[in-house]
Design a protein around this ligand. Sequence first.
Ligand SMILES: [Cu+2]
Length: 350
Amino acid sequence: MTHHLRELCRGIEPPSQRDSGAKRAEVALPGSAVALLPDGHSRIQSALNPAGVEAAGIENLFWWMVAGTTVVWLGVMALTWHSVRTHPESFNRRREAFIIVGCGAILPTVVLSILLVFGLSALPGLVAPAPSGSLKVVVSGEMWWWRVRYEPAEGQPIILANEIHLPVGEPVQFLLESDNVIHSFWIPSLAGKMDLIPGRTTRLAVTPTKTGLFRGVCAEYCGTSHALMKFDVVVEEKEEFNRWLAHQATPAAPPDNPLAQRGEKQFLANGCGACHTVRGTNAAGVVGPDLTHLGSRLSIAAASWPNDSAHLRRWIADSDKIKPGAYMPKFDMLRSDDVNAMAVYLKGLK
Ligand SMILES: [Cu+2]
């Protein structure tokens, strides 16, 4: 057991941290505003520092709730103070009944009713669809990663994974699906949570108001590596976004150096293409994430690890140690220079 745990921990500790001695663990506590990957990019993750119209509505509601519950709390504290201070001889039945009914029943009823009406009135805005003609992004929850499909008004759908780019200032319509278990799609800085439910399509409209790098998470326990089911959200200017999307739609460029060429051969020879698609090659599998432009992504394995060749090597050879239960077999039987060539090839898929 201890041996197994030690093995697991060794797998979890990224080599770059060991090598440089820089201990920078990922911060993923619910209250934390910023999550750090060892790649140095910080992902903002705070529902109290909104960067989207929907998240701002939720923040507003939160502060009204805080104010309302503070009023009720002060009422109860005043009652407590009064009951401790009142001398039995000065007890006045009518006055006490008035205080108990006032602070104990009328005040909470009035305050909570106001909050209820206020909360319910905020609801339609949070579940309203984006205006028709808005950019459509279909996200499917997998165990434990995100399949992403952009459906632009013109042209073919574009299939991607684990990283979502959004143009700032524009409403986007997310359509959420799952064909396995229930997941929950949550970008705390941009909007509320929405479940991905097998057999249904749920909707979430998101209108980002600030550019930046944000962190998205699965917010519903969905199995072994639920805690490692995250994604990167990049909100950028419209032109930059359009350039990005146009590039993602293109097939992969053929590798331009001998090592990467060897990596491509190994990739195709070792059955990776049974589960992964690299558009422009024979690899057309759909079990795992699309890898056509993997090299352009910020992280790998659903935002669990920085995207560099060291982590790619470890992922290929030891996927299960990096992400317990991952539905990708580990390829530890391959020669390490072949694994290295594949990592170089994949990193080159910009
Ligand atoms: Cu999940």
